[in-house]
Design a binder for this molecule. Structure first.
Ligand code: UDX
Length: 450
């Protein structure tokens, strides 16, 4: 079988590479010439564990190739996956110009039957817009070539994208015809070895599933963040509450970790887009509106704690920041809580020296000289008045606190991910703030206060 994947971003590149791994011939198309040149040499433009090895192997085997020409790309394929970006408009709704542009090009160049699959996360109803765009172009050419559209949302997580794609919890496909269903069944058969389901449904439901899934996950996080904040006020410990509720199988123990708010390319964008869609239908999604508001507030939770600790005077204060990416194992900075925290601290006159294991380059591209860039985690906290931990990279889990003590100006930690144990912090005499747990005031701080 031959497939074409248009768009070599996160979803497109992982999709193409993983399909190639099953023995299918894959052509990846992207308008970005530089990116295509790099990919031909096996250079992966994003940080995604395991993807480089897989890509190189499939290039060597001749199962994956790259081109900037969609016309060439779609000549011999049975199915085309559209995996281009859908950046949010100013009003939060998804901008479909790239998706529909690709659909039109497919209509301009296809010569035989194809399934045109929307893989990008798109608002409910988009696959039918794709269908109309292809049809329009075929009509303009005055040809009658059969084709089907399908919706096949992607649920992979950054940082474990390859694994998620190769061993999915489920695969969701929205189709309109038996012919398209047959093609999709053949394509996905190799991924069903773990017994997880391939769910066929109508196109509207398939498109809706993606938004509902991400919105439900975002809801879990905002709910837990809200509960964590209340835990602090009433003197409860959110770690215990999390375990207490997570062992109820109806609730589950995943995705209920409080923190500095969710970020990334999906949750913020998808929650906003679904709220917009509902508004367009005259229905207000009250729960999701609150999810978004809570998340916005949560991104500034650490800043509020910092302000309180330093009696609202951050002028000239120096902070070491650990972690910049929106979560570990990625260099993605989109909607990262670190950006909000940096912005707020800077506005209050503080300076920040940051370290992230992989996102330094990306951070510098976005933040320029707004912050200082450290060469490692210890370098980041030299002379710092406090350490702020924003992303829970594993290498931050067991630092040498004796070194911290020597290098820092004050022994104060603001932990946005509950990585450290408050009891240990107390023993080490650090002043320690986390999320949803009672703060630890060190003796040192008390002496200063007296
Ligand atoms: C998410 C979805 O999981 C995936 O199915 C979809 O295809 C794309 O969006 P991703 O954005 O890569 O994937 O990240 P994910 O690991 O889901 O984390 C999202 C955000 O939630 C991160 O900012 C993370 O720190 C936060 N989070 C996650 C929490 O704050 N607490 C949790 O318990 C879990």
């Amino acid at each position: 079988m031959n497939i074409t994947v248009v768009g070599t971003g996160y979803v497109g590149l992982v999709t193409g590479t993983c399909f190639a791994e099953t023995g299918i011939n894959v052509t990846c198309v992207d308008i970005d010439k530089k990116k295509i040149e790099k990919l031909r040499k096996g250079e992966v433009p994003i940080y995604e564990p395991g993807l480089d090895v897989l890509l190189e192997r499939n290039i060597d085997k001749g199962r994956i190739s790259f081109t900037t020409s969609l016309q060439k790309g779609i000549q011999e394929c049975d199915a085309v996956f559209i995996a281009v970006g859908t950046p949010p408009d100013e009003d939060g709704s998804a901008d479909l110009k790239y998706v529909l542009g690709v659909a039109r090009e497919i209509g301009q160049h296809m010569e035989d039957y194809k399934v045109v699959i929307t893989k990008s996360t798109v608002p409910v109803g988009t696959s039918f817009k794709v269908k109309a765009a292809v049809e329009e172009e075929l009509q303009a050419r005055n040809v009658r070539i059969p084709f089907d559209v399908a919706s096949n949302p992607e649920f992979l997580k950054e940082g474990s994208a390859v694994d998620d794609f190769l061993k999915p919890d489920r695969i969701v496909v929205g189709v309109e015809s038996k012919r398209a269903e047959k093609v999709m069944k053949r394509l996905y058969k190799p991924f069903l070895m773990n017994g997880h389901p391939l769910l066929f449904m109508d196109i509207f439901s398939s498109e809706m599933t993606k938004y509902a899934a991400n919105s439900m996950l975002a809801t879990k996080i905002s709910f837990m963040n809200d509960i964590a904040n209340l835990c602090e006020l009433v003197g409860a410990n959110v770690d215990l509450v999390r375990k207490g509720i997570g062992s109820d199988t109806r609730i589950g123990n995943k995705f209920i970790y409080p923190g500095t708010g969710y970020g990334g390319s999906c949750f913020p964008k998808d929650v906003q887009a679904l709220v917009r869609t509902a508004d367009e239908y005259g229905h207000s999604l009250e729960v999701l509106k609150a999810v978004e508001a809570v998340n916005y507030r949560q991104k500034t939770t650490l800043v509020e704690k910092i302000k309180r600790h330093f009696d609202n005077d951050l002028k000239g204060k120096q902070f070491g920041m650990w972690g910049l990416s929106f979560k570990p194992k990625t260099d993605d900075m989109r909607e990262a809580p670190s950006l909000v925290i940096i912005e707020e601290l800077k506005a209050l006159g503080a300076t920040i020296r940051a370290y992230d294991p992989v996102a330094m380059e990306e951070a510098e591209r976005i933040l320029g000289d707004k912050i200082e860039y450290a060469k490692d985690e210890y370098d980041a906290i030299i002379d710092a008045d406090a350490l702020i931990l924003v992303t829970e990279w594993s290498e931050f889990r067991m630092p040498n606190f004796r070194i911290l003590e020597k290098l820092m100006n004050q022994k104060v930690i603001f932990d946005g991910r509950n990585v450290y144990d408050p009891e240990e912090m107390e023993e080490l005499e650090f002043t320690y703030y986390s999320i949803g747990r009672e703060p630890v005031q060190s003796n040192e701080k008390q002496t200063v206060d007296l």
